[in-house]
Design a protein around this ligand. Structure first.
Ligand SMILES: C[S@@+](CC[C@H](N)C(=O)[O-])C[C@H]1O[C@@H](n2cnc3c(N)ncnc32)[C@H](O)[C@@H]1O
Length: 390
């Protein structure tokens, strides 16, 4: 997903830095999970991962990419043959599944491939097999609803996919893991056809080529491990307090004053449960109330103390902090806070240059200093229970 601070491209840098520092797999807390890219990479490298974030869409992605380890056989789903609410054309799904099962038999696939094929057929059914329907997104986030975030057709497809998924879950036709894997795929699919410059703070007044494409839903089979990973929709410090002794705390907080809650309200709404009666949208872009999801890390005044509190709450042995050369906490202050929490008072810093992610333009009250930003990765060995005064 297009996401400010998404670390997918920086994973090799993170991995090689951990190898240089000799940090071996154990229990990690990905405290600001966002798209769950880091938690997912840690899980596939053998870590037991706890992840946290304030946003519901992040919780959905954490469940899909970090927690989920297995996927349904979809037998229950294929057996259900009564259309529900006019949205779920089960016979169509059963036909899709029959052809997938037929192909599986024909080419002798192993169980991982079978699961991947079935998952992909069900995801595709959500995008193309279910009749588009008029719902919350068509009424509020398409031209018919006065906001050009999605074409009318794509908004109706998002409504139908979402309604179908909730219906399947409500009827016990999907296990929780599968529900989240498919819901994450709908959120990511919607993002690919969103008529924005990358964030949802504004829609673009002309249709962009990506927005004119039809919605696709592409589900990722989960990483299979026996490790019990856990997702949290909660404040990083509150979660850190509950985890006790762990090996690694990975900190990737917001760097600037832009609140994620205001920049990603549309995926947030797709991720939430049924809410049509309760949600009030405001303004041109349909913002939602976000009092509980505003972050202290976006405030120059509050961010340094937020970092101090997190470091004193965690029981981690190692901390890695991703930060950006233009962040609200300056390099000197960040080093001083980390040094204070370090067992030996030492802080290491690793850097990587990368091209700036331009989510909004210079015209919208921002003047960027250049196209290149330095991604900073700070490391400190922390004191933890029994190893020295906290
Ligand atoms: C830079 S992004 C993280 C990006 C993530 N590493 C990725 O690869 O997608 C920062 C995240 O911190 C979350 N956040 C902000 N304040 C938080 C808090 N107090 N506790 C937990 N998460 C918070 C935001 O919702 C956002 O998803």
């Amino acid at each position: 997903m297009r996401y400010i601070g998404n670390k997918t491209k920086l994973l090799p840098f993170l991995g090689s830095t951990m190898a240089r520092l000799g940090i071996a797999p154990g229990v990690a807390h990905d405290a600001f999970a966002g798209t769950a890219a880091v938690g997912r990479a840690l899980k596939s490298a053998g870590w037991v991962v706890h992840s946290s974030d304030l946003m519901t869409y992040s919780y959905v992605m954490q469940r899909a990419y970090v927690v989920a380890s297995t996927i349904d056989s979809f037998d229950e789903l294929a057996k259900a043959d009564a259309p529900v609410g006019g949205l779920f054309v089960a016979r169509g799904l059963a036909a899709t599944q029959r052809s997938v099962v037929g192909a599986e038999r024909g080419i002798g696939l192993d169980s991982t491939e079978v699961v991947a094929r079935r998952l992909s057929a069900v995801a595709d059914h959500l995008a193309n097999g279910v009749a588009p329907s008029e719902g919350f997104f068509a009424q509020n986030f398409s031209p018919a609803g006065g906001r050009m975030y999605f074409t009318d057709e794509n908004a109706r497809r998002i409504d139908a996919a979402r309604a179908t998924l909730h219906d399947w879950r409500h009827r016990g036709l999907l296990a929780d893991d599968t529900f989240y894997v498919l819901l994450a795929a709908v959120i990511e699919g919607a993002d690919r056809v969103a008529n924005t410059a990358g964030v949802y703070a504004a829609y673009i007044k002309q249709w962009q080529p990506n927005a004119l494409r039809a919605l696709t839903v592409v589900a990722e089979p989960p990483i299979r491990t026996h490790a019990r990973c856990i997702a949290h929709q909660a404040d990083a410090t509150q979660v850190a307090e509950t985890l006790g002794s762990i090996d690694l705390l990975y900190v990737d907080p917001p760097y600037n004053t832009r609140q994620y809650a205001g920049y990603y309200h549309v995926p947030e709404l797709i991720a939430r449960g049924w809410f049509e009666d309760e949600v009030t949208l405001r303004g041109k872009t349909g913002l939602i109330a976000d009092k509980d999801q505003r972050s202290a890390w976006c405030s120059r005044r509050e961010a340094p103390n937020a970092l101090r509190s997190l470091l004193s709450a965690t029981g981690a042995r190692h901390v890695l902090v991703s930060y950006n050369s233009e962040g609200v906490i300056g390099d000197k202050e960040l080093r001083a806070i980390l040094a204070d929490a370090a067992i030996d008072g030492r802080v290491k810093r690793f850097t990587r240059r990368y091209k700036r992610y331009r989510a909004d333009s210079d015209r919208e009250g921002r003047r960027y200093k250049g196209d290149e930003v330095r991604e900073l990765l700070y490391y400190a060995r922390l004191r933890r229970g029994g190893e020295g005064p906290k």
